[in-house]
Design a protein around this ligand. Structure first.
Ligand code: 2IT
Length: 447
């Protein structure tokens, strides 16, 4: 490994010893970009440290009152990770697992996703350790308002543009945007993305994360002389991303046969492939129960309590739930089942060891979420573009732009892998392509 990179890795390990998710994501990245570190300017400008660590980390307390009048205090964060190629941009996650390590890992990954889209956005992330499970609508609305009261001074269309992530969907974005507008007195559309269509949102944004992942897979298949027609997809999660995957996969002739939640997974041999099933996924999400067993009850399919879907055979595996949801045993199942494609929707869904196994297996073609998971933020950037021209593109115009963006990310990742003699290693390829782009922007802007 490059000597400068070794020193940076040692510093990171020491400084962030208590932040495992963040360390996992930056240390994996340093390994991936290692073949592309020949330029002496990287060390001269200490670019690796300046890319690995966040430019700014904001944390704040979020007080709120529940329906019984009892006060609660949550911890809110916004990490403004990298502004080399545009305003900070990234999601907000409301989930009890949110902490400084998780938001930093998300902000780091976001910087690379955003660079790969080819659109002018820097990287950020944020959220709170608020648990929406079992909360009423009014409680969630009050929490969103209090959260925005804390956050609004740090964001803005040319500063930092939040969007949704786990626990934050279009409903929450509406409440956050309403509060931002009251506090600032400005109809500043591009201060948030993922807005509703009636007040500045973009068509396709809700489904874009999942659509993008399926477009990426379609492009990989095309390069292998195959199509999605008749393919069986093994998908985890049941949230926004999985929902978009089910819709686009069905449209392109494939079948999503699994969904999962914290309670286990369901197996639907006919595929999650009808408007009724898509709607049920949305209802499950807003029910606040955070489980998929209700899908099995409703549609009469099998439910496997306490298990993950990676044991089910299929043509492609698409983890779409959360970080580290796939470990070494799961990777062994995937390889033993002769799965050909491993395409990450969720951020860092595999443990470091599981990812290593999958990447090194000659049978599995792998791609990381920085490339395959950036459909959501790509359409967020298109939403900002539409806001600034005060115009809305049609559904098919946005969908086609998304398809093209995902195709060009595939091309850039494959080209970078080829250039550095890494064969078809799209994970290293996508990291190197994004690294080159961000480092050029940082070098141009000086120290
Ligand atoms: O992980 C992601 O790309 C997101 N949560 C969406 C970020 C965005 O700004 O649309």
């Amino acid at each position: 490994m490059n000597e400068y990179a070794v020193r940076v890795a040692a510093n990171l390990r020491q400084r962030y010893a208590g932040e495992p998710e963040y360390l996992q994501s930056v240390l994996t990245w340093l390994e991936m970009i290692d073949p592309a570190l020949e330029d002496p300017r990287y060390e001269k400008l200490d670019l690796l440290t300046r890319m690995a660590e966040p430019e700014r980390m904001i944390s704040f307390l979020v007080p709120w009152v529940d329906d019984k009048g009892i006060a609660h205090t949550c911890h809110g964060y916004r990490v403004q990770f990298n502004s080399a190629i545009g305003p900070y941009k990234g999601g907000l996650r409301f989930h009890p697992s949110v902490n400084p390590s998780v938001v930093k890992f998300l902000g780091f990954e976001q910087t690379y996703k955003n660079a790969l889209t080819g659109l002018p956005i820097g990287g950020a992330s944020g959220g709170a350790d608020f648990d929406p499970r079992g909360k009423s609508r009014r409680e969630i609305m009050r929490f969103c308002q209090s959260f925005m009261t804390c956050l609004y001074r740090h964001i803005g269309a040319d500063t930092d543009v939040p969007a949704g992530d786990m626990g934050v969907a279009s409903r929450e974005i509406g409440w956050l945007y309403g509060q931002y507008k009251r506090l600032t007195g400005r109809a500043e559309s591009s201060a948030l993305t993922g807005k509703g269509l009636t007040y500045g949102g973009s068509r396709v944004r809700q489904a874009a994360a999942g659509f993008g992942t399926v477009y990426f897979l379609a492009r990989m298949l095309e390069d292998q002389g195959e199509t999605l027609e008749g393919k069986r997809l093994i998908v985890s999660g049941f949230g926004n991303m999985s929902w978009g995957v089910c819709r686009k996969a069905t449209e392109l002739g494939a079948k999503v046969v699994t969904l999962s939640g914290p309670d286990g997974y369901i197996y639907d041999p006919d595929g999650v492939s009808t408007p009724e099933k898509y709607q049920f996924m949305v209802d499950m999400r807003y029910s606040g129960e955070d489980r998929v067993s209700t899908y099995a009850e409703k549609f009469g399919v099998e439910f496997f309590p306490g298990k993950r879907p990676w044991e089910v055979p299929g043509d492609a595996v698409l983890p779409c739930a959360t970080q580290n949801e796939l470990d070494v045993d799961d990777a062994i199942h995937i390889i033993a089942n002769d799965v050909r494609y491993y395409v990450e929707g969720a951020n860092m869904p595999a443990t470091a060891e599981a990812l290593k196994l999958l990447r090194l297996s000659p049978k599995v073609l792998t791609v990381g979420s920085k490339a395959a998971g950036c459909g959501g933020v790509a359409v967020s950037a298109l939403e900002m573009a539409q806001n600034s021209i005060r115009y809305n593109w049609s559904r098919s115009e946005v969908d086609e732009k998304l398809r093209q963006i995902m195709g060009s990310i595939y091309d850039a990742s494959a080209a970078a892998a080829r250039e550095y003699g890494l064969g078809y290693d799209l994970i290293a390829g996508n990291d190197i392509a994004a690294f080159k782009k961000i480092s050029e922007a940082m070098i141009a802007q000086g120290l």
